[in-house]
Design a protein around this ligand. Structure first.
Ligand code: ADP
Ligand code: MG
Length: 216
């Protein structure tokens, strides 16, 4: 469950971005739809507590995200939010399996190797466990990032432009995978995108429309 009221954020020396109110039931899908620079990534950062609103609030599963202390927020994010960033940020110093293992450290938990193996198996990439990120194709790297995002069974999955660099077949496969994974966890799925293929593929999703320049 996500809802927002009067949400605003101002970067230094910039006009505040004002976001329309939104309400999505648990397990629902929300598209943040709008052109580049309209505030979609900022909205995701507010919903995951990476940024603090300058006005209003976003409530995720009953928790007002901006109301958490900085320390509590990191732990809360690690436990509740599965983030699929636009840049995947896999560590080249670590194998695929150890990249997933890092998630447990971030959440203050002991590394659960069996859960890592299970997450890789669920996405059909168990064979890649020992590879370095540079040895993955783009599609494989995205699956690894998705396995990482899902590892702690988050109640919310936030995906930032997940289809931007994909051809049509890979775009459809990626959306279908995201929906299947969200469905299996009954997680709320939020996809920020300026890709028309995404909203065509997800006609039932709720939409938060962003205008160019300032959010609606
Ligand atoms: P989108 O994800 O829709 O492309 P963003 O949320 O990244 O949009 O950006 C919204 C607006 O905020 C843009 O005008 C962008 O230039 C500005 N912006 C984004 N990040 C920063 C930052 N760290 N400092 C200042 N301005 C920023
Ligand atoms: Mg963005």
């Amino acid at each position: 469950m996500i809802h927002s009221r009067g949400l605003q954020f101002a970067y230094p020396r910039a006009e505040p971005l004002r976001f329309a109110d939104v309400s999505v039931a648990q397990g629902g899908t929300l598209l943040l739809r709008g052109p580049s620079g309209s505030g979609k990534s900022t909205w995701l950062a507010l919903a995951s507590g990476l940024l603090t609103p300058t006005a209003g609030e976003v409530v995720v599963n009953g928790q007002s995200v901006g109301g958490l202390s900085a320390a509590a927020r990191d732990a809360w994010r690690a436990r509740h939010i599965g983030f699929l960033p636009q840049k995947l940020h896999l560590s080249e110093a670590l194998s695929v399996a150890d990249n997933l293992g890092l998630v447990f450290f971030a959440a203050g938990l002991r590394v659960d190797r069996a859960a890592v193996t299970q997450a890789l198996q669920a996405l059909d990439i168990a064979a890649l466990a020992a590879r370095q990120p540079s040895q993955l194709s783009g599609g494989q790297a995205q699956r690894v990032a998705l396995a990482r995002a899902l590892l702690l069974r988050p109640s919310v999955i936030l995906a930032d432009e997940p289809t931007a660099s994909l051809d049509d077949a890979a775009c459809a496969a990626s959306l279908s995978l995201l929906r299947t994974c969200a469905g299996s966890l009954n997680a709320t799925l939020v996809i920020a995108t300026h890709d028309a293929r995404v909203w065509q593929a997800l006609p039932q999703a709720s939409v938060l429309a962003f205008d160019a320049g300032v959010a609606a």
